[in-house]
Design a protein around this ligand. Structure first.
Ligand SMILES: Cc1cc2nc3c(=O)[nH]c(=O)nc-3n(C[C@H](O)[C@H](O)[C@H](O)COP(=O)(O)OP(=O)(O)OC[C@H]3O[C@@H](n4cnc5c(N)ncnc54)[C@H](O)[C@@H]3O)c2cc1C
Length: 411
């Protein structure tokens, strides 16, 4: 029968393409189905188009960064860790490097290089690729996968890999189809949260500071009866909140809290970790050196002008006032605000701007040694569709490629 294959892979992202390649290299007849008109739309957008495909952490350190469930990746990383992944790309013509010794990119700094090489390999080893084919159901008989059904055809295979991604950036193909496909066959889907996206704040003053990028900002959330959250990194103020690398990671932790509490109080140290004493001494010193300068001029030795201005106003101080003439209580308030600036996170743009989905197909129902479903024989999962997500820095692509490689082994 013409529509009969050894393996059908649903979704042509990082995970799906790796599965298809690994399986076809073993001599299997593989069909790769993609619902969008072209392959790997999300992969194209990764790393701002530069594709931070992995990082140089050891398997142990890599797994630790995923938290409690990190060990689920052990077997997948044994099949394809960052060394094996960069070797794989070298073999298919993509040179990679880690300019900061940690994050790995193609040396071209273009995700297009990765996608072109993967597509070339897929063609070379005879994977059948059909785009604009949305899989609507997975076919199953007596606990055994038999194929898939799209809107206009049925395709048959004893093995199906679901590599459909999550819900973030739906324009790039992530609409949660994999959750429906898996749930139809009895799989449990955990709570789904958008993660890694800009956050909105109640404070409107942030818009006056938009586009100011601050390095080494310390963030903390100290909610009672909840694990204390801490992070440090680059932050950018926006029209209605905050974004930047440190916020992307922090958002993973904050979104479940927002759902629970509606508002999350956040404290920011914008002064590269200086404490109240150090800030007080610094300002005193500045005032000594330049006794006739305005308050804002002293603050601006620590922070960009717009933020200095806003913090003065928050402390109830006129930015143009002579620092020496400010009342002690106002000065203390200003120093406190400089040490820990409070913001209240009140929302985000949801999955529309989320780089990652928190939650997914329950890991308890997937065998980590094979990525095979424990419920339906011949059904496999890989990539973001599963309930496992990592921080910024090549973690999520490495995990997608590794789990894809393991699923493609078809144990
Ligand atoms: C803007 C952005 C930047 C990012 N940058 C990085 C980065 O630099 N480094 C990093 O590690 N991670 C990054 N990520 C996260 C990373 O892109 C994802 O974790 C990863 O792409 C997930 O791979 P996947 O193969 O599981 O899913 P996806 O890449 O989402 O691929 C799933 C594919 O399945 C297709 N599909 C879905 N449903 C069906 C269906 N029913 N039938 C047929 N096909 C279907 C989709 O169209 C899609 O092509 C970024 C994410 C975004 C949104």
């Amino acid at each position: 029968m013409i529509n009969r294959y050894d393996l059908i892979v649903v979704g042509s992202g990082a995970a799906g393409m790796m599965s298809a390649i690994v399986s076809a290299r073993k001599g299997n007849k593989v069909l790769l189905l993609e619902k969008l008109p072209r392959i790997a739309s999300k992969l194209k957008a990764t790393g701002g188009g530069r594709c931070n495909l992995s990082n140089t952490l050891s398997n142990e350190d890599f797994m630790a960064r995923f938290g409690r469930d990190g060990r689920f990746m052990q077997d997948a990383l044994q099949v394809l860790n960052y060394k094996a992944l960069t070797q794989f790309f070298k073999e298919i013509g993509v040179e990679t490097h880690a300019p900061d010794g940690y994050r790995i990119f193609p040396t071209s700094h273009s995700s297009a290089t990765i996608i072109e090489a993967l597509e070339k390999e897929i063609n070379k080893i005879g994977v059948t690729l059909i785009c604009s084919q949305k899989v609507e159901h997975i076919l199953e008989e007596n606990g055994q996968v038999t194929g898939v059904k799209t809107s206009d055809a049925a395709y048959h295979a004893p093995h199906v890999v679901v590599a459909t991604g999550g819900l973030g950036y739906p324009t790039l193909g992530a609409e949660g189809d994999g959750y429906h496909l898996a749930a139809e066959l009895g799989h449990k889907i955990t709570q789904l949260h958008p993660a890694m996206m800009p956050l909105k704040t109640k404070e409107e003053w942030v818009k006056n500071c938009r586009a100011d990028t601050l390095a080494k900002v310390e963030l903390r959330v100290d909610l009672p009866k909840h694990k204390k959250l801490r992070a440090t990194g680059d932050l950018i103020f926006t029209n209605n909140g905050i974004r930047g690398p440190v916020i992307l990671d922090f958002a993973r932790e904050v979104t479940p809290l927002l759902k629970k509490y509606g508002e999350v109080p956040l404290l920011l140290n914008l002064t590269k970790g200086m404490n109240e004493d150090e800030i007080f001494k610094h300002l005193k010193n500045e005032a000594f050196k330049n006794p006739h300068a305005k308050t804002i001029e002293h603050i601006a030795t620590l922070l960009p002008h717009a933020i200095s201005q806003e913090l003065c106003l928050l402390a109830g101080i006129s930015p143009d006032e002579d620092y020496g003439k400010i009342a002690g209580a106002s000065r203390d308030k200003l120093v406190k605000l400089l040490a820990w600036t409070p913001l209240r996170v009140i929302g985000h743009d949801g999955f529309k701007m989320a780089m990652i989905t928190r939650g997914g197909i329950d890991l308890k129902e997937i065998n980590p040694k094979t990525m095979q479903s424990k419920i339906v024989n011949g059904l496999y999962f890989c990539g973001e569709v599963m309930n496992l997500d990592g921080p910024c820095g090549g973690y999520n692509l490495q995990w997608s490629f590794a789990s894809g490689a393991l699923a493609g082994e078809l144990h």
